[in-house]
Design a protein. Structure first.
Length: 115
């Protein structure tokens, strides 16, 4: 499983960004994977931001609930994270991951929110 994240950038507080992660998978079906977005801010541990399970259940970190929306397209092997009303506290490197039996990680994409 290979994951490629994109969509990061610099945005002002209150703005929006949409992150996308495309998966290259052989030997199994993308729909069988739980897909996640994580982030790691400078000097802080990596944290789980949003999850979209293979059963269609979504979960969010409390601080992003109502502002972030995770979505997936099983036909295109993609998982997106729509981020609205961004704050400087959202500044971090964002990573997507896929989980089925084991975890797979993509490279990060940097999101910087200026005040």
């Amino acid at each position: 499983v290979q994951l490629q994240a994109s969509g990061g950038g610099l945005v002002q507080a209150g703005g929006s960004l949409r992150l996308s992660c495309v998966a290259s998978i052989s030997g199994s079906n993308f729909s069988q994977y739980t897909m996640n977005w994580h982030r790691q801010a400078p000097g802080k541990p990596r944290e789980l931001v949003a999850t979209y399970t293979s059963y269609g259940i979504t979960n969010y970190k409390a601080s992003v609930k109502g502002r972030f929306t995770i979505s997936r397209d099983n036909a295109r092997n993609t998982v997106d994270l729509q981020m609205n009303n961004l704050t400087p506290d959202d500044t971090a490197i964002y990573y997507c991951s896929a989980f089925r039996i084991k975890a797979y990680w993509g490279q990060g994409t940097l999101v910087t929110v200026s005040s």
